[in-house]
Design a protein around this ligand. Structure first.
Ligand SMILES: *[C@@H]1O[C@H](CO)[C@@H](O)[C@H](O)[C@H]1NC(C)=O
Ligand SMILES: *[C@@H]1O[C@H](CO)[C@@H](O)[C@H](O)[C@H]1NC(C)=O
Length: 434
């Protein structure tokens, strides 16, 4: 394929995604599960929504309040067949709570499962897609997280899973209400190959665990191509390693790989580890869904998730950055990520997975711009998105990264030409083809 053809493909306005008008950039918000699991009620949800607004997180783009499992009674209404909200957890009614959340300026996210039961054993929506979609739309939901528990064996091939998730996609469409459709199918049956035509986002791994790199046999694979069992208790770096090869399957024209909800503020990681967690989720364009008690959040964790420059990269209408390499370093690895943003800027991130500091490592522009070698000829202004320091660099960047930390820059082509703009003599990748 010629460079010109690639360019036309890259700028063509084609949308291969589910056509519900949602998800041009990955969603942001808050979900109850990581912090509260089943221990939810209207007080918990509304207190977190209020805190999201008061802390300025809503204004920064965290505009979904998503209620996870355990919100209903154990049985459907025998007469109407509808799922019934638990009146003890929602004494004022679920619709009243949703209205309050809407009035604060949020969108509301609902939870169900493409199974007979939800993961906690409440009624699931399998074979009840139309009645449940209609009920949810009547309640004015804006987002549906759709799980995979108790699927009655209707999985094991991509087509069977596809059909099970397509049924709810069609039911949601029929309601006429635009509802962001978030598959939580754990990355089984190669969901990344088929989800984009029926959904806005899709989970690519088992459930996250609040740890940087703890090995757990219950999250059995180190890369995305796990044969069947995806498990749970997946560490941050386990999920990063699974997400990076799948970056090619996600973007504004298809939908978003979901690396699961954030753990920042839940206590299992250091500040630097949470910084890596947040930066990687942003650079790889996973939904950024907080999963902590926002009403009781430390100022440093609040500042971390409020980093406007990192959020701007996340919300930029562009595909995720690619991992250019992963190199052995002392007791672990160093990773280089690089990607184009929509205005011609670039985002570059270095993750130090090791337990010792990375000191003055030189990263050549020929690596950073491996996918667009022309750019290596220029000088770039590089803003460190955490320290906010700006430097001008040509030929290479010099990086210093604390153990388990990440350094991330936004690179903007410098108005001054590099003194040595013709120094690069690498392979011709076709940029002269037109
Ligand atoms: C339903 O699907 C059609 C065809 O893809 C699309 O044009 C329409 O916007 C969808 N409606 C909703 C509410 O998602
Ligand atoms: C919700 O749960 C919290 C904590 O368990 C409790 O303090 C509060 O009273 C509950 N509210 C309702 C409406 O049940």
């Amino acid at each position: 394929m010629s460079f010109t053809t690639l360019l036309i493909l890259a700028i063509a306005p084609a949308i291969w995604a589910l056509d519900n008008g949602l998800g041009q950039s990955p969603p942001m918000g808050w979900n109850s599960w990581n912090r509260y699991t089943c221990d939810i009620n209207e007080t918990v949800i509304l207190n977190n929504a209020k805190a999201m607004k008061e802390t300025g997180l809503l204004e920064l783009g965290y505009n979904h309040i998503i209620m996870d499992d355990c919100w209903s009674k154990r049985q459907r209404d025998p007469e109407t067949g509808k799922i019934v909200p638990d009146p003890e957890k929602f004494p004022n009614g679920l619709e009243d709570m949703i209205e309050k959340i809407h009035n604060m300026g949020f969108k509301f996210g609902m939870y169900s499962s493409a199974g007979k039961y939800t993961c906690a054993g409440y009624p699931g929506s399998l074979d009840y897609e139309e009645i449940d979609a209609k009920t949810f739309a009547d309640w004015k939901i804006d987002y549906l997280k759709y799980d995979n528990c108790f699927n009655q064996g209707r999985s094991g091939t991509p087509l069977i899973s596809y059909q099970r998730y397509e049924a709810m996609s069609e039911a949601l469409n029929k309601t006429g209400r635009p509802i962001f459709y978030a598959l939580c199918q754990w990355g089984e049956d190669q969901v990344w190959n088929w989800a984009s035509t029926v959904a806005n986002s899709w989970r690519i791994t088992g459930d996250i665990y609040d740890s940087f790199d703890r090995y757990d046999i219950r999250c059995p694979c180190e890369t995305y191509d796990c044969p069947s069992l995806q498990g749970y208790h997946c560490s941050i770096m386990n999920i990063v390693n699974k997400a990076t090869p799948l970056a090619q399957k996600t973007g504004p024209n298809s939908g978003w790989s979901d690396m699961d909800m954030l753990e920042i503020g839940n206590g299992g990681m250091t500040y630097d580890e949470y910084l890596t967690h947040f930066t990687m989720w942003a650079v790889l364009k996973s939904p950024l869904i907080l999963g902590n008690d926002v009403s009781n959040m430390s100022p440093e964790h609040l500042a971390l998730v409020s980093n406007f420059d990192v959020i701007a990269v996340h919300q930029d209408v562009s595909a995720p950055a690619n991992r250019i390499w992963k190199k052995p370093f002392v007791d672990s690895f160093v990773h280089l990520f690089s990607g184009a943003l929509s205005n011609g800027d670039w985002v570059v991130a270095i993750v130090n997975e090791a337990t010792v500091p990375l000191v003055e490592m030189s990263i050549p522009f020929s690596d950073i711009f491996f996918d667009n070698r022309d750019n290596a000829k220029f000088a770039w202004t590089a803003k460190d998105l955490w320290t906010k320091e700006t430097i001008t660099a040509a030929r290479h960047l010099t990086v210093d990264v604390v153990p388990h930390g990440t350094q991330v820059w936004r690179l903007q082509k410098s108005t001054h030409n590099s003194h040595n703009s013709n120094y690069w003599t690498g392979h011709n990748t076709g940029h002269n083809a037109n």
